[in-house]
Ligand binder design. Sequence first.
Ligand SMILES: C[S@@+](CC[C@H](N)C(=O)[O-])C[C@H]1O[C@@H](n2cnc3c(N)ncnc32)[C@H](O)[C@@H]1O
Length: 230
Amino acid sequence: MSRAQLDKQPHEVAAMFDGVASKYDLTNTVLSFGQDRGWRRATRSALGLRPGDRVLDLGAGTGVSTEELARSGAYAVGLDLSLGMLLAGRRVRPDVPLLAGDALRLPFADATFDAVTISFALRNMVDTGAALRELARVTRPGGRLVVCEFSHPTNRAFRTAYLSYLMRSLPAVARAVSSNPDAYVYLAESIRAWPDQAGLSARIMESGWEKVAWRNLTGGVVALHRAVRV
Ligand SMILES: C[S@@+](CC[C@H](N)C(=O)[O-])C[C@H]1O[C@@H](n2cnc3c(N)ncnc32)[C@H](O)[C@@H]1O
């Protein structure tokens, strides 16, 4: 897959997720060996939410990540570009507020949220810096950001085994489970091309955020980056 194919335009990304929406939650749990639940709990905990806080879950998809945030007693709202993902979410999570919209033009006033978060979606955005700046715009000064995203395992032997799983086994498993296996070839390629923990940290710092720190989950398969709105 070429770099050009990885740089998908927003309507192409939305169409790709429309195609996997019906089995998205199940496929995630299978491909991550059930680790996804722990990653979502860790994201909620890193946000330090208090009851009544307003939190935006950007790239919420089916609302599986938004639902976890609401467990803290915060008012959690999800936003996504793919109507297919939102409709699939509406069917199984009718109580989770989910809105249609684009990360680069969020339909919220400045400083609306106490906290913002994005799980496994920043990697899909054509302009990462612009999405992070737009998240900063809708967050109050001192508000928190947590990015939960695939990253790069730190142990060399584990990294080699993981890359083999990513590039060989994952597309094969996706062929058996998913309604759109090509989307999982894109997933593997986009993870490999994504910046490492320090690289993403630098990008966040350049985009309206300070006090950036990260924590690896599952040996660095996923990293949680925390930051505070300048
Ligand atoms: C891998 S899913 C993540 C869903 C959910 N957050 C989770 O943790 O499972 C990525 C989501 O990002 C959404 N997305 C990609 N680009 C977007 C954009 N520009 N604006 C809003 N959502 C976007 C996609 O439609 C997709 O539903």
